[in-house]
Design a protein around this ligand. Structure first.
Ligand SMILES: [Zn+2]
Length: 339
């Protein structure tokens, strides 16, 4: 039965992935080669901070609600630098911010929309790469590493809306990460519908304690950002430290670049899996080398059940119209973290 179910899931994800158009991307010419900047940034240290801070508890957003969508552009080449800066396409926030974000997501659902996340917690060294790569006339759009970014504190999120009926991102007055005045929340241009989308996003986020930054419609700071320290922990390291917990299956990429760009946007699929007794399960499917990730959760499943489900899923592969869809072997490197 698991084989059948896994095939069904793979088919559904494949169909979703096939429909996804290539994103339009704003690009700059980096001031220096990114590989050079990266090596320097990894050697540098974040600014020292005085004062006392709350203990960080970074939560991976999709573990709170599988209908949250991810499009982590920094994990691939479709970003303003034209090259990956993250090794994994994942999004984390400090727990209170993550929970507030889920409430905003649920409010939007009543209006036919969901949240699509571009970025959350960002290690400090990445902020330094952004700053060093960006020409001075565009630096209003990147944080100064001497002060750190609110992303570094796990309290800022870059996001947009997707439409529940299509699963696709809505149009906004500018592209994400576009370093022009069109990115300003007060920009009067664009279509009435684009401005309406921007307003809908702002209203939902502000109602849950987030504040929009003055020059980027997609960037929101959570109200408690001052209470958290600047962090410089890479995503790969996060799962080894505290903060991720709660009976979840985690990816352990083992050095493989994971780019789960599309999450299953179909709540009906999730509930049908639950109806047949689905257990907690991650599936990775690759359509034309663009992996997708689907999470189906039923809290309370045993470790043995999860492992059995995973084995069955791994046995599945499918070839529609000559395009090979396959569960990546990297999914075998999963650990189950009991409560
Ligand atoms: Zn941002």
């Amino acid at each position: 039965m698991w084989k059948k179910l896994a095939l069904l899931l793979a088919l559904s994800v494949a169909a979703v992935a096939l429909q996804a158009p290539a994103p339009q991307v704003f690009r700059i010419t980096p001031a220096r080669p990114i590989a050079e900047l990266r090596a320097e940034a990894l050697k540098a240290s974040p600014p020292a901070e005085a004062g006392t801070f709350r203990k960080p508890e970074l939560v991976e957003l999709i573990t709170l609600d599988p209908t949250i969508k991810l499009d982590v552009r920094y994990a691939g080449p479709d970003n303003f630098l034209g090259t990956p800066v993250y090794e994994q396409a994942r999004a984390f926030l400090q727990r209170p911010a993550a929970e507030a974000l889920m409430r905003a997501h649920r409010k939007l659902r009543e209006k036919g929309y969901g949240l699509l996340i571009h970025d959350g917690y960002r290690p400090w060294f990445v902020t330094k790469i952004f700053w060093d790569a960006t020409p001075p006339d565009k630096r209003e759009f990147v944080a100064n590493p001497d002060e750190g970014s609110r992303h570094n504190r796990g309290c800022a999120v870059d996001l947009t809306l997707y439409k529940l009926t299509t699963g696709r991102a809505v149009e906004m007055p500018s592209l994400y990460d576009e370093m022009t005045p069109r990115a300003y929340p007060e920009y009067k241009g664009g279509t009435a519908q684009q401005r309406r989308h921007r307003e809908l996003l702002r209203e939902a986020m502000e109602s849950e304690g987030f504040q929009q930054i003055e020059n980027e419609w997609w960037h929101f700071d959570y109200k408690d950002w001052k209470q958290y320290p600047i962090l410089n922990v890479r995503f790969e390291e996060l799962m080894k430290t505290a903060g991720l917990r709660g009976g979840q299956l985690y990816h352990r990429s083992g050095g493989t670049i994971m780019a789960p760009t599309a999450h299953c946007p179909d709540p009906a699929l999730t509930s049908s899996v639950r109806a047949v007794g689905g257990v907690l399960l991650w599936l990775v499917v690759t359509p034309d080398g663009r992996p997708s990730l689907l999470k189906v959760a039923r809290p309370g499943a045993s470790d043995a059940q999860n492992k059995a489900a995973l084995q069955a899923a791994m046995a599945c592969s499918y070839q529609p119209g000559g395009t090979k869809f396959q569960l990546l072997p990297v999914s075998l490197n999963l650990t189950y973290n009991p409560r």
